[in-house]
Design a binder for this molecule. Structure first.
Ligand code: NAI
Ligand code: AKG
Length: 415
């Protein structure tokens, strides 16, 4: 996975006159810590789970990135996700490097008490690695504000003082920011709206959303409110299709019962295998689940004209080429889903100031930053006749290179 991700770095480097040190610095994760967490289960037994935290690169500031709880997590996946965070934070010009963490666990198999013990165990294991000026975690797949709250609480008891800026995506009552809940989707939504004319994606366009968690639910709601038609949605258990448009309230209620798939059979709503979601007839496809969902085997079947990558790494490099040959425009993850980390940055700033902004201010600042970077990346892609993904990497790499060179050589020798 990481080797595949690094092909994006090599591609971007072709458009910049870079010192060789820059590429050497960005080719390898700076540090990845691996721990086996042991927790007490409700029945009195003990179970252990592999956990990781990677700080990929901290040249531009403390490392930043979510913690994922997933049964298929691996160290390589964590390092790849941390590599993407490094470029995402640079795309948005946030004063952060990139990091990521994971525990290999299906959290749906745990009771609430077990989940809390696991979350606290993670912080006990990694308390020396994280810190408001060192490494700042946040939510990712199958973690949420409740988990972040337990983690922030555990960190406070270890260091002996409230330290809200150590973790973002917290509950509002513990110093979370208004607007962090839908920030990932909202950033993608502002991007679509900004480029709607160039992309030919005005309200009324048909949308298919893969994954119906934090990112997927909010993008479906935001686009539907604007008049876009959500014709298909999937989650890990199945998918539904309705040519006249799915009702977001009904989708949310079905997901609350276990899966959007339970809506099939209602008037005009048909079930689909989850894997078929990517080939649904629509104008905009929004992968909002996991990596590598659009690959060599299914990319040719994509009918959408535009893909908004809310998930991290949903398109493999081989699939990217197939889509590019089909003139499918891809709005790349490191820009498209950067709303989440941007509002996490706002949360960190608010925690440090002890002064909290109204949600309107969060939205306005996010919109300004998304539009600023979208315009720059669009212009770069036009000027160099390259894809938006290549342009986003060139844009980020220029900022990373500036910081690496400004640090001088000493940084290469610190532990
Ligand atoms: N939560 C955040 O702030 C951010 C999330 N992301 C990325 O967005 C993606 C989704 O994350 P969240 O929405 O936070 O996770 P989540 O845990 O809230 O939801 C994940 C959703 O994906 C579905 N899913 C899992 N496997 C699937 C499959 N094979 N087919 C269809 N659906 C499947 C699950 O059923 C669930 O509905 C991930 O790639 C994550 O890294 C990116 C930036 C920020
Ligand atoms: O909010 C954050 O700090 C990071 C979110 C994240 O993990 C991501 O953008 O992939």
């Amino acid at each position: 996975m990481l080797d595949q991700a690094l092909t994006r770095l090599d591609d971007a480097a072709r458009y910049l006159d870079l010192d060789a040190d820059v590429l050497e610095k960005l080719k390898y994760p700076r540090e990845t810590t691996k721990v086996r967490l042991m927790i007490r289960m409700d029945d009195g037994s003990r179970k252990s789970f592999m956990a990781w935290r990677c700080r990929y690169d901290d040249t531009r500031g403390p490392t930043k990135g979510g913690i994922r709880f997933h049964p298929d997590s691996t160290m390589e996946e964590v390092e790849t996700l941390a590599f993407w965070m490094t470029f995402k934070c640079a795309v948005m010009n946030l004063p952060y490097g990139g990091g990521k963490g994971a525990v290999r666990i299906d959290p749906h198999t745990l009771s609430k008490a077990e989940l809390e013990r696991l979350s606290r165990a993670y912080i006990q294991a990694f308390s020396k690695i994280i810190g408001p000026d060192r490494d700042v975690p946040a939510p990712d797949v199958y973690t949420n504000s409740m988990v972040m709250g337990w983690m922030a609480d555990e960190y406070a008891s270890i260091v002996g003082e409230a330290t809200p800026a150590v973790i973002t995506g917290k509950p509002i009552a513990l110093g979370g920011s208004l607007g962090r809940d839908d920030a990932t989707a909202r950033g993608g939504y502002y991007l679509v709206r900004r480029l709607a004319q160039q992309l030919g994606l005005e309200p009324g366009a048909r949308v298919a959303v893969q994954g119906f968690g934090n990112a997927g639910q909010h993008i479906a709601r935001l686009l539907a409110t604007d008049g876009y038609k959500i014709v298909a949605v999937s989650d890990s258990k199945g998918a539904v299709h309705c040519s006249s448009g799915l009702d977001i309230g009904m989708l949310l209620a079905a997901k609350g019962r276990g899966s959007v798939a339970s809506l099939a059979g209602s008037e005009g709503i048909f079930s689909l295998p989850a894997d078929d979601l990517v080939s649904v007839d629509c104008e905009l496809l929004v992968p909002a689940a996991l990596e590598d969902m659009i690959h060599e085997g299914n990319a040719a079947s994509v009918k959408a004209r535009v893909v908004l990558e809310l998930a991290n790494g949903p398109i493999t490099p081989e699939a990217d080429e197939i889509l590019s040959r089909k003139n499918v425009m891809v709005l790349p993850d490191i820009l498209a889903n950067a709303g989440g980390v941007t509002v996490s940055y706002f949360e960190w700033v608010q925690n440090r100031q002890g002064y909290y902004w109204p949600v309107e201010e969060v939205h306005a600042r996010l919109k300004t930053m998304m539009e600023r970077e979208a315009d720059a990346i669009w212009a770069l892609s036009q000027e160099k006749t390259i894809t938006l993904r290549s342009a986003a990497y060139v844009h980020a790499l220029a900022r990373l290179a500036g910081a690496i060179e400004a640090h001088g050589t000493q940084q290469f020798f610190t532990s």
